[in-house]
Design a protein around this ligand. Structure first.
Ligand code: HEM
Length: 157
């Protein structure tokens, strides 16, 4: 019987990425790709830039797009980045070599939800455009009314 895999916390992974390592969280598993960085065909830059503090590559096999491409408080869900590259099966097999344990998913920060900035409710009746439209309608009417009034009072009895 083998030993249970080590369970890492998100903070643990983030700490390693802050120092000098490159730890990835992919489908609930943790990979230390630090020794692979120089040999990664896509280069080390993409691995590093995709981490934030820690990469959360969740649900690689799922079609649920809700989880993809969203940031967390301390990292990034790089599922889109990873999938967009279209890694080969051999690349996925290679991952086993860098596997260092599982992630405690309850320590992964919740995805940040977008909170729209507070602003006054939009009132179309108050905009300058609306005032101009009213004036464009009223001014000709006023001129017409004035013309009728002048004619009425100046016409010979
Ligand atoms: C354990 C994780 C990873 C492994 C083992 C891995 C492995 C590989 C391998 C073997 C290739 C060569 C092409 C292939 O066989 O698919 C590749 C290419 C590439 N990978 Fe990764 N990769 C990993 C993570 C990532 C991540 C997180 C990114 C972020 C965007 C990334 C970006 C790329 C890019 C841009 C290429 C180059 C594609 C090309 O120019 O043809 N990889 N990777």
């Amino acid at each position: 019987m083998g030993t249970d895999p080590k369970v890492h916390t998100f903070e643990d992974v983030a700490e390693h990425n802050k120092i000098k390592d490159c730890w990835l969280i992919i489908s609930g598993k943790v990979y230390d790709v630090t020794p692979f960085m120089d040999d990664h065909p896509g280069g080390d830059e993409v691995l590093l830039s995709a981490t934030g503090n820690a990469i959360v590559l969740q649900n690689l096999s799922t079609t649920d797009t809700k989880l993809k491409g969203e940031t967390t408080e301390a990292g990034k869900d790089a599922t889109n980045d990873f999938e967009d590259v279209g890694h080969s099966d051999s690349a996925r097999e290679m991952m086993d070599k860098y596997y260092i344990g599982e992630i405690n998913m309850s320590t992964v920060p919740l995805k940040r939800t977008y909170v729209p900035p507070q602003q006054a409710p939009y009132n179309p009746d108050r905009t300058p455009e609306f005032v101009i439209k009213i004036l464009q309608f009223l001014v000709p009417l006023l001129i017409l009314g004035l013309a009728f009034a002048v004619r009425h009072f100046t016409k010979e009895k």
